[in-house]
Ligand binder design. Sequence first.
Ligand code: NAI
Length: 253
Amino acid sequence: MTNLKDKVLIVTGGASGIGKAAATFFSQCGATVVIADFNDQGSLVAEEITANGGKCLFVKTNVVKESEVENLVAKTIEAFGRLDGAFNAGVEQAIKPLHEIEETQWDKVINIDLKGVFLCIKHQVKAMLNAGHGGAIVNTSSTVGIGAVPFAAEYIAAKAGVIGLTRAAAVDYAQHGIRVNTVAPGMTQTAMIDRMPKDPELMKIFGAIQAAVPMQRMGQPQEIVEAVGWLLSDAASFITGAVLPVDGGHTAV
Ligand code: NAI
């Protein structure tokens, strides 16, 4: 079992999907978890974890607002005295060819998926530097941050940006004992996938993407967070700046 004993970890996007699975799993691995989400459902996830004997706090946070991210980190230190690590998530795309993407849609996805991750890393790292004990951060890219699929230009740009941001932060803070990595999940069974429009043309494209996955199936949230938990743990002590695909072999072909 992954050992996260005594670590205080922030999980953004922890109200749903991969983030919810992460918060629950990290708690089972011994961590104290702070769930950050702009959706109040995050408090129900925190209550569930607490009811199962874990230590968990929900801090309502919109990751695109710097003051809210600052507040998230401050509340974590106030409640638990330290911050050892974080798992930073994001949102999905509109599913349109590039020439049909509105400026507002571009701004929304780049803001949440890229600026949000930047703001989270910035304030998480500040807390770790102040404490001087190092730490570990895992960001969420995607297989489409590595190779493109149709109709997702703004999302692909953001997720490729997350890979660059991860490497930049890894290099900036390696000598302070702060490791920064990213996972690149393949299609994973969450509400994000359920929300995707079901038009036949699109289903054909999704079908082709899935058919190209050597394991011939989607991932489950638990399979993603097992990898994240390991990257956050001391078992991954020499790994920083890495992009770990968790994708049934998709990026290998
Ligand atoms: P989800 O929709 O189930 O969960 C996303 C969570 O983020 C929600 O709880 C939502 O309220 C929260 N959120 C959205 N915007 C926010 C904001 N501005 N501030 C705070 N919280 C916010 O999605 P899922 O599938 O769990 O995705 C999580 C991450 O994994 C995303 O970054 C997504 O791009 C990435 N990913 C997902 C894949 C999939 O197939 N599900 C594949 C590859 C990457």
